[in-house]
Design a protein around this ligand. Sequence first.
Ligand code: ADP
Ligand code: MG
Length: 618
Amino acid sequence: MAKVSINLATGSLQKEDIIVGIDLGTTNSLVAFINPDNSPQVINDTGKGVLVPSVVHFGPAGDVLVGNEAKDFLITDPQNTVFSVKRLLGRSYHDIENYKDFFSYKVIDDDTESLVKIKVGDKFYTPIELSALILKELKARAEHAIKTPVNRAVITVPAYFNDSQRQATRDAGKLAGLDVLRIVNEPTAASLAYGIGLNPEETKTIAVYDLGGGTFDMSILQIQNGIFEVLATNGDTFLGGDDFDRIIVDYWIEKNNLNKAEVIANNELAQQLRLKAEEAKKSFAHQSLFNEKIGDIWCTLDRTAFEELILPKVQQTITCCQNALKDAKLTIDQIDEVVMVGGSTRTALVKKMVAEFFGRPVHDDLNPDEVVALGAAIQADILAGNRKDILLLDVTPLSLGIETMGGLMDVIIPRNSKVPTKGGRQYTTSIDGQVNMKIAVYQGERDLIKENRKLAEFNLKGIPSMPAGFPKVDINFLLNADGILTIQAIELRSGVKQEVEVKPTYGITDEQVEQMLMDSITHAKDDVNQRMLIEARTEGEQMVYTVERFLQKNGSYVTTEETGKTNEHIAALKAAISTGDKDLILKRIDEINELTRPFAERLMDQAISTAMRGKSIE
Ligand code: ADP
Ligand code: MG
């Protein structure tokens, strides 16, 4: 584990390009870079504005719009307009079950634990592909504005994002043609933007309060020796500025004696009111009375009334702050800095209540909707080795992971992770009665293991015989400060366990590492596409397997007609699998889900719904 890995990862590959920082937000996304004079700056491409609404619209002729132009279609063409895709990134149907009505577009709900997909027209999109469209737009805007190729980026995610959500974010970057140098926590980036954490000598505890459009995130971080550690996160995934807008609309409905149901049914009016409400909310930064009309509806509101209306919501965020402190086992006076993030923290009442709660002035000099991107740009600059004053810590030059179904690389410790580090994930079996599991460990950036470097392989033996998808095998990677990787596999139901050790840097030269990185950049797009096809295929094969087994077991409870139909569909799915058309495979899977749901439910058989519980290994 040499100290040079950051240069390896960046320096000599492409000197001409600029590494950008990207805030991929639920409501808005934006990109920033570092000026030649070292100051971070957000990109405003030819007056299009800094914030790119995280909205994608699909036109009838296959044309795709991203940002403000797409946002207009939220009203006129909601089925073909995707918003809040970040809420779906790296998520399974089970994760989002409770709020599926929130989306106006079609989220495929087949009641399994595989990752969600979105259907627009007759095409299927993964949240990764949709996020990639937003990232591509940001990349294009940056390239246009600074007239420099942009191939590398640091992308931010909420501190609470799990492994699967982080991996999905990385994949989206890859698909957009970006080499993602690091995934950084949003609160960490925001702190960096304020210069907190840039001095490796300092030890500080920071509270980051992030109130965006639809989400509230509270994070408590500790910075020590230049390393940020998340002590606690809290928040509410359905609390933000949109709620303020809704509250104002309700208030106007009441004041004008309107019928709420009628207003909601009148899409255009509802939308006009919502936009007016947002305008009113923002206007209180410079005026104390908002007084306008929509037709003969009075839209009047003064700042005091506004603050009274939103007080309960703001109070809710303060409760989250309290809970975060409790989880971090800290008292208020142990917090050294409070950082304000998110467009909604421009609201004076929010600032006031947060400052009062923490008993100190908050950091709010920078634009709250820009701080995360600015900090990401600073992090990118550090990774590029442009800040000689900042200590470069030992990092892993190549990702470490294992082989999953279809010969895919599943990254457990991503490259550029600081060492020591650990990572882990749960896997399962792919066929009934599988008692052995081959665990093959690889190093590299490619999506297919055959392109990566094999480090070790062993067999986890003695898994008790169970149906496919039932065993729970935890695989943990531990990379110590000396660069020794310990791989541990344990089947949780039986306790069967096995462990091996390897040294990933052994027998590989810096030039080879560099070559591997270069290859991964050239092949990034093909790789992700191939992987998505393999994943669709694996899911399809798994479905053929489960449904055929289901019919065998329950043949007598399913009508001949149902069996006949299902068999036809299975044949169609098999045909699709052999064509290699990802969209067609997903379409066939969706059809079988619809078809089998009634009798699977009738029999309350767990087999179908528990299939594909997590990634499986042959
Ligand atoms: P996200 O992180 O969820 O993508 P942002 O940080 O961009 O979201 O915040 C968007 C929210 O900020 C919206 O609800 C918007 O109305 C609100 N907002 C923007 N400017 C102001 C302002 N001046 N006063 C109050 N709220 C604002
Ligand atoms: Mg945000």
